[in-house]
Design a binder for this molecule. Structure first.
Ligand code: SF4
Ligand code: SF4
Ligand code: FES
Length: 260
């Protein structure tokens, strides 16, 4: 692509009551991204077009939308990836309720975030005294790159096509958070009586994930959600289940409950 050309856009306009795709013809300049074009449409043709954005640098995670059906950040999608003759369709994230136009209500994700118990500081170790192997630091740092764009949450088929699963399933972003804490060598959750592997299965729906890796494919930060968080968490949860000591402990606990 070089110079200016006129592109055709179809953008979903509406609210929770319903809506439709609107057609726009708009100028595109060299080097622009999809969000630039949305801003030009707002400035010249549709001042009431609702869109959420903040940084325009792939860091705030707020400009998530579906571009030709693919969950992506509008500010990080270059116009040069499309053919000049192509009609580009923009729709809001499908897994969350629409507020208006391209803006969705992502509060499902904040509710799920609140359900994950935070890091439990180890007893007797003060701030500044924490010591960890570099390997463990790097593991956490990969997951900490998350910008909370919720593209992974939007693309995961467990909730994308099954609204009814939302209660029982935290989604890849928050299962990754559980995995991060469960791998953390200084997290004292188990000493505090919190079994993160058990909660991953029973409270956050780890069993619903069938490791299709679709979440990993859409992550703009390139986090290997499935390989580095979800699969290891599944392995650790299974190890726990088949650990003979855990099995014996559960059996004794169940017997105690029955007797009580
Ligand atoms: S790997 Fe698991 S969490 Fe990720 S999209 Fe597939 S089912 Fe969903
Ligand atoms: S894990 Fe990746 S796709 Fe999911 S919310 Fe974080 S940055 Fe976005
Ligand atoms: S505007 Fe911040 S990630 Fe796109």
């Amino acid at each position: 692509m070089s110079g200016t050309y006129e592109a055709r856009f179809r953008i979903w306009r509406g609210d929770k009551g319903g809506g439709d795709l609107g057609d726009y013809k708009v100028a595109v300049n060299e080097g622009e991204v999809v969000l630039d074009i949305v801003h030009r449409i707002q400035a010249t043709q549709a001042p009431d077009l609702a869109v959420r954005w903040n940084c325009k640098a792939g860091k705030c995670g707020s400009c998530s939308a579906e571009i030709n059906g693919h969950p992506r950040l509008m500010c990080m999608t270059r116009m040069s990836v499309f053919d000049e003759s192509e009609t580009i369709t923009l729709t809001p994230l499908r897994a969350f309720p629409v507020i208006r136009d391209l803006v969705t209500d992502v509060s499902f994700n904040y509710e799920k975030a609140r359900e994950v118990p935070s890091f439990v500081p180890p007893e007797g170790v003060g701030p500044g005294e924490y010591r960890m192997a570099q390997l463990d630091v790097e593991r956490s740092q990969e997951f900490r790159k998350c910008i909370e764009c919720f593209l992974c949450q939007d693309t995961c088929h467990v909730v994308r096509d099954h609204e009814e699963n939302k209660t029982a399933f935290a989604g890849p972003r928050f299962l990754m958070r559980v995995a991060e804490l469960d791998m953390h060598p200084l997290d004292a959750a188990s000493e505090a009586g919190l079994d993160r592997k058990r909660t991953a299965q029973e409270d956050h729906g780890l069993g619903y994930c069938n490791i299709t890796k679709c979440c990993t494919e859409v992550c703009p930060e390139g986090i290997k959600i499935t390989d580095n968080a979800l699969i290891p968490l599944k392995e650790r949860a299974v190890d726990r289940k088949y650990d003979p000591l855990v099995w014996l402990g559960n059996k004794i606990r169940r017997r105690g409950e029955e007797a009580g």
